[in-house]
Design a protein around this ligand. Structure first.
Ligand SMILES: [Zn+2]
Length: 252
């Protein structure tokens, strides 16, 4: 039964991931995510049913367009597989219920934000607006955070990054500040601050590795959105436990 549910959430994640790919690719170019249907970026030929099956289409076509032979980026398949794995992860932590639905929705938004920020060093306002709206709707349907905690989380999260942006003179982008503000709606005060703390830790570790590998020069900027997204994901899944563990550590 457990295995069966895992498979279900993996397949669901892979299919949602396929849609997230469309968002990641088209939203920064101001294109509609509904029309036109998926097509080859080179020859414009519309994709056939077989080409639209996530993951498998990549295996069937060996990553090339059936018509013109143009190579597709393996990125699409990676995003699909990653979404599937993250969906299983959420299900393993939350089981069936409203917290799972909230986790899957937040995860989907975070994936779109992560990849667009990675590609364009940009967090789009329209994505953040949809994310905020969805978060507010979920909170209305099944209150779990509470209005006060939401407000404090948004103000504290956004305020903290704004402060860092001012002190570091542009080390933090406007999109990062807005993202932290929206996270308050989903996570509430404590988990939002934990998410940002985790994002600094993860970002710091990754930055050290990148500098050691000399992949980027000290002056190149590394988008911070993906780290906020990773911090938010971990905070949503393990935040309560982490805070409890830390509290016991201090008390003991
Ligand atoms: Zn083609």
């Amino acid at each position: 039964m457990f295995l069966c549910m895992n498979l279900f959430f993996f397949v669901a994640g892979v299919c949602i991931g396929s849609f997230l790919n469309v968002c990641i690719y088209r939203l920064p170019q101001n294109q509609s995510i509904l029309y036109p249907p998926s097509h080859c970026g080179v020859c414009r030929q519309r994709l056939q049913i077989l080409d639209l099956i996530p993951v498998f289409s990549y295996l069937f076509s060996r990553g090339h367009c059936r018509h013109c032979g143009a190579a597709y980026s393996s990125r699409y398949t990676i995003v699909e597989l990653l979404t599937g794995c993250l969906f299983i992860w959420c299900y393993t932590v939350f089981g069936i219920g409203f917290p799972l639905i909230k986790a899957l929705i937040l995860t989907s938004f975070l994936l779109v934000i992560t990849y667009i920020d990675y590609d364009h060093q940009l967090i789009l306002d329209k994505v953040l607006l949809f994310m905020a709206g969805a978060g507010a709707l979920i909170e209305c349907l099944t209150p779990s955070v509470g209005l006060l905690s939401m407000l404090v989380g948004s103000l504290a999260g956004g305020g903290l990054l704004l402060l860092i942006a001012i002190v570091s003179k542009g080390g933090m982008g406007g999109g990062d500040i807005k993202l932290a503000t929206v996270l308050g709606i989903y996570l509430g005060a404590k988990l939002t601050l934990l998410a940002l703390f985790l994002s600094f830790v993860i970002g710091g570790v990754v930055a050290v590795f990148i500098l050691l590998l000399k992949r980027k020069g000290r002056r190149d900027c590394i988008p911070f959105g993906p780290f906020i997204a990773a911090g938010a994901f971990l905070s949503l899944l393990y935040g309560q436990e982490l805070i409890r563990w830390y509290w016991n550590l201090c008390m003991g």
